[in-house]
Design a protein around this ligand. Structure first.
Ligand code: MYA
Length: 291
């Protein structure tokens, strides 16, 4: 990475002190070859941080004040990559239980969580068919472009579904993904700020959840995606404060396209609330930059 502008320097300053360290001069020499002098940890997650090394030589020869930084690729996927790298404080994982969750929501959470892969004390993983997807209110402070063309880090940007601070008032949800990434399930408890018809959830809020769950699913499948098409049929209203399941399943992948189906049902699966199909297109990051 060439630290050539304010945005780059801001990003690097946020990396500093967060599992990143400067190298000694001999170590830094290795950076000119753009190679990692220290082995990567086998896995990484925000709850179990380990030091990562970023070579940091100054490019003094040219007299430029720019700095070359090699960012070591982490063994994780885009968008789960490390929200804390871009954030000024330890992020909250919104997909963990909080006091606003009803006993039914908690029970369903435990049901799926008990089927997830877990780390044992010996460092081994116990196999489970599911994994819980963490969820942050700022998965990246996106570098934006488009018509506005500001192309700066939008530090104030927040994920739409995670920007209501009052617990239980908005979108309370947790997404689990089944191994092999063909299926996701979301346990969703819509709060009182999502009202549409009296006592029921707004259709736009339902669409938001469908887009979020299927979009997250597509992101895990394909990396950076955009929703190209979402077709929704509302079959029966969803009471505010109830707990519903959002089922997302991959129909097919054709090149850059992922076709995903979705059903929103009551928590016992007996009642169909909403059906949807979505088309997600894998995009290059330059698409978001408006290039
Ligand atoms: C890791 C987990 C963490 C997750 C964190 C995030 C959580 C939250 C997740 C929230 C997620 C929220 C996510 C959001 O909310 S994303 C926000 C809502 N979506 C948008 O704003 C997208 C706006 N549209 C575009 O940017 C472009 O049009 C896209 C990128 C979609 C395509 O432009 P691009 O220039 O790239 O492609 P192309 O035009 O050459 O077309 C290529 C092919 O695709 C076919 N096609 C295109 N459009 C449609 C269509 N509408 N129906 C049917 N087909 C369509 C087309 O015919 C062609 O087919 P073929 O001729 O090749 O066969």
């Amino acid at each position: 990475m060439l630290l050539c502008c304010r945005a780059c320097r801001t990003m690097f300053s946020r990396l500093w002190g967060r599992g990143v360290r400067l190298l000694s001069a001999p170590e830094a020499t290795a950076a000119t070859a753009f190679q990692s002098p220290t082995p990567l940890p086998p896995t990484w997650n925000p709850d179990n941080r380990q030091d990562h090394t970023i070579p940091f030589p100054f490019s003094g020869a040219s007299g430029m004040r720019a700095v070359m930084v090699e960012v070591i690729p982490l063994n994780i996927r885009p968008f789960t990559m490390a929200p804390w790298l871009f954030s000024s404080s330890q992020p909250r994982d919104y997909s963990l239980p909080n006091s606003s969750w009803s006993s039914e929501m908690q029970k369903l959470y435990e049901h799926y969580n008990n089927m997830c892969e877990v780390d044992t004390e010996g460092g081994n993983k116990v196999k489970g068919a599911w994994r819980r997807l963490p969820s942050y209110n700022s998965c990246l402070e996106y570098v934006t472009g488009g018509q506005g063309g500001s192309k700066v880090l939008q530090q104030e940007a927040r994920l739409f579904t995670r920007n209501i601070e009052e617990q239980g008032a908005g979108f309370e949800y947790v997404v689990f993904m089944k191994k092999h990434e063909k299926t996701c399930i979301c346990v969703f408890q819509p709060g009182h700020l999502l009202e549409g018809p009296p006592g029921y959830v707004h259709g736009g809020a339902i669409a938001t959840m469908i887009d979020s769950v299927t979009g997250t699913h597509a992101t895990y499948l394909s990396g950076l995606i955009m929703t190209a098409n979402l077709t929704i049929n509302y079959r029966s209203p969803i009471p505010l404060g109830s707990v519903v399941l959002v089922h997302s399943s991959l129909d097919k992948v054709e090149g850059r396209k992922a076709f995903i189906s979705c059903q929103v049902t009551s928590s016992d699966g007996s009642k169909l609330h909403t059906e949807a199909t979505g088309l997600f297109l894998k995009v290059d990051v330059r698409h978001l930059l408006g290039a």
